[in-house]
Design a protein around this ligand. Structure first.
Ligand SMILES: Cc1cc2nc3c(=O)[nH]c(=O)nc-3n(C[C@H](O)[C@H](O)[C@H](O)COP(=O)(O)OP(=O)(O)OC[C@H]3O[C@@H](n4cnc5c(N)ncnc54)[C@H](O)[C@@H]3O)c2cc1C
Length: 347
């Protein structure tokens, strides 16, 4: 039987992050059985080293060269239904399961909701970290509980959706970075919910596909078509999807900008009648789309995506991202915040 966890030293990470940053970890801890996390954290071989949980590396920028600590990677996640009635099923998902495989797994069982989140890269255990969202849906709406190992308390905990404090690309796990190792998520998925086609681009895609009325399967197909067309494929050019969050601003700020730029897209910003601006529009309007400096660049396909054309370092990508944010602030007075976790440097 394979060991519950294993340690490897001086491990290359280039194939473990979608930016394809060439860096190394002092130690890689591969965890097959999350029940053994207390033993791992008590292991004298890693005593005193910082620990960073890495899923599929699709939302992380290694900006500081080698990571002088332990990269903890969970493997072997699976999904199962743990309870259900005619309308809703409670689904338990091991953290290491691939997210998009989970979307297909749920659709195969007639369970709805995750179709709008199809083709988001990464592990299921990473989904609550930034409350992944796309095409009018966020995972937080389906989370009943998150099982985690709490490093501050030294034992396993279960957090309900309220404890997770989900917000736009945010949660307790992002705010208290590295405190929790998510070991599983519990989702409530419905059998009879209406498909969510609130997002205009999704309705247009379904219409172009001739799919009416839309089923969850063809919503997933439409989302995958849009994503393949709009976003650069990390297998072809290194990237972490959107590099910046859409800025949330006061209504007066949005109104003042809209008076100057009548084509600026503005969306509802969640609580307190705030407004969400399109970061992609701001970056494109500032003239950065398609910009390239050595191997670091801004995608010509999508202005929100920072790309590594080959051998850019994390520091070069971070330097470019900072200049884009500074320029947007100078031109529009709005501060962009990065979406991925930046390791080894501050933004
Ligand atoms: C092409 C592309 C498109 C994308 N599109 C979207 C999108 O539409 N919407 C969206 O929200 N995101 C999107 N992303 C970002 C990314 O896919 C998600 O954030 C995803 O959830 C990251 O999963 P991961 O396993 O790769 O996490 P990683 O990148 O490995 O880690 C990201 C963060 O989560 C933490 N983490 C990961 N697993 C755990 C765990 N088990 N316990 C505790 N902490 C953990 C890490 O420490 C790190 O802070 C996109 C990325 C790419 C490359």
């Amino acid at each position: 039987m394979a060991a519950a966890y294993s340690l490897a030293w001086d491990v290359p990470l280039r194939e473990r992050n979608t930016f394809r940053i060439d860096c190394r970890a002092r130690c890689l801890a591969t965890v097959r059985d999350a029940a053994f996390l207390p033993e791992l954290f008590a292991d004298s071989a890693i005593a005193g080293l910082p620990v960073f949980v890495l899923g599929e590396g699709s939302n992380v920028l290694f900006a500081g060269g080698a990571y002088e600590g332990v990269v903890l990677h969970l493997v072997d996640g699976a999904a199962r239904v743990t309870g259900q009635d005619d309308h809703v099923a409670r689904v338990h998902v091991g953290a290491a399961m691939n997210w998009d495989a989970l979307v297909d797994w749920s659709l195969d069982r007639g369970l709805r909701g995750l179709e709008n989140l199809a083709l988001i890269p990464g592990q299921a255990g990473a989904a609550p970290i930034q409350n992944i969202g796309a095409y009018g849906a966020e995972v937080g709406a389906f989370v009943a509980a998150v099982a985690a190992y709490d490093r501050a308390r030294g034992h396993a905990v279960a957090l309900d959706a309220q404890d997770c404090a989900f917000a736009y690309r945010d949660s307790i796990f992002k705010r208290e970075a590295d405190r929790y190792v998510v070991t599983a998520i519990e989702l409530d998925l419905h059998r009879d919910d209406a498909t969510n086609t609130a997002y205009a681009g999704l309705r247009e895609e379904l219409a172009a596909m001739g799919e009416a009325p839309p089923t969850p399967r063809n919503v997933a197909a439409a989302v995958r078509r849009i994503r393949r067309r709009k976003l650069p494929d990390p297998a072809v050019v290194g990237n972490a999807g959107s590099f910046f969050k859409n800025p949330i601003v006061a209504p007066a700020v949005a109104a003042e900008l809209q008076a100057r730029f009548t084509d600026l897209p503005v969306f509802p910003g969640g609580a307190a009648a705030l407004r969400k601006l399109s970061a992609a529009w701001l970056i494109e309007r500032a003239g950065w789309r398609g910009y390239r400096e050595g191997d670091a660049g801004i995608s010509s396909q999508h202005a929100l995506v920072l790309v590594n054309h080959g051998n850019a370092t994390g520091a070069q990508l971070l330097g470019l991202a900072r200049r884009v944010a500074d320029d947007v602030q100078r031109q529009f007075g709005v501060r962009l915040e990065p979406e991925p976790r930046i390791i080894g440097a501050n933004f």
